[in-house]
Write a protein that binds this ligand. Structure first.
Ligand code: AMP
Length: 213
């Protein structure tokens, strides 16, 4: 049984929050709403928002608050959220948190913490196939043959937004813009933090200890 209904999950790039949100959503049969995923879908469908998102995401920046707030408000109305939801990657700043507050109440704001060096190591080790989009990791999911895609033998590349400089910039943005959410949700008594440094299954266990009652 879940102790909380409306949950937000936040953490820096590489914290595994997307993976953990997927696991939670599946286990409890609730919708996983990820703004990053919504924007990636818009890019695939070549919509107006998608065209904007492609440029912004490639530049390692954030989408404008008004566009993001509207997309989330629409999605929350459309999805079956009566039994709760997991919102991941949103809000990313105080402005968005206030906008969300005006749409729906949140019961738990859970931060998945990792150190900056761990984030750089996790993201920096990522390699992508420029042809089919398959993603590998030098340490956690190496390709069968060194630096070559298992599927089509293309030489793997480091995506621009996975390069160390881009990752450090996003981490700085996270500290500056997203971490103030900690105090925002502490004041509402709904903030909790778990350690995202251990392997995925251990992080899932820590999350379950928080959310299961
Ligand atoms: P993510 O998969 O959560 O890392 O999101 C991928 C990208 O989508 C981010 O780097 C941002 O450019 C954009 N994005 C996702 N969520 C938000 C948000 N809440 N506010 C602004 N931009 C976002």
């Amino acid at each position: 049984m879940l102790k909380y209904k409306n949950i937000i999950l936040f953490g820096p790039q590489g914290s595994g929050k997307g993976t953990q949100a997927d696991i939670l959503a599946e286990k409890f049969g609730m919708p996983h709403i990820s703004t990053g995923e919504i924007f990636r879908q818009e890019i695939k469908e070549h919509t107006e928002i998608g065209k904007m998102a492609e440029q912004i995401i490639n530049a390692g920046s954030l989408m404008p608050d008004d566009v993001t707030n509207e997309i989330v408000a629409k999605r929350l109305k459309k999805e079956a959220t009566q039994e709760g939801f997991i919102l991941e990657g949103y809000p990313r700043n105080i402005n968005q948190a206030k906008a969300l507050d005006s749409v729906i109440g949140i019961d738990l704001a859970l931060e998945v913490w990792i150190s900056d060096d761990e984030a750089v190591m996790r993201i920096g080790g990522r390699r992508t196939c420029p042809k089919c989009g398959a993603i590998y990791h030098l340490k956690f999911k190496p390709p069968r043959q060194d630096r070559v895609c298992d599927v089509d033998s293309e030489e793997l590349v480091i995506r621009d937004d996975d390069k160390e400089e881009a990752v450090r910039k996003r981490l700085a943005d996270y500290h500056e813009q997203t971490e103030p959410l900690i105090d925002f949700y502490k004041e509402k008594n709904i903030y909790k933090r778990i350690n995202g440094m251990p392997p995925i299954s251990e992080v899932t266990e820590s999350i379950m200890e928080v959310v299961e009652g």
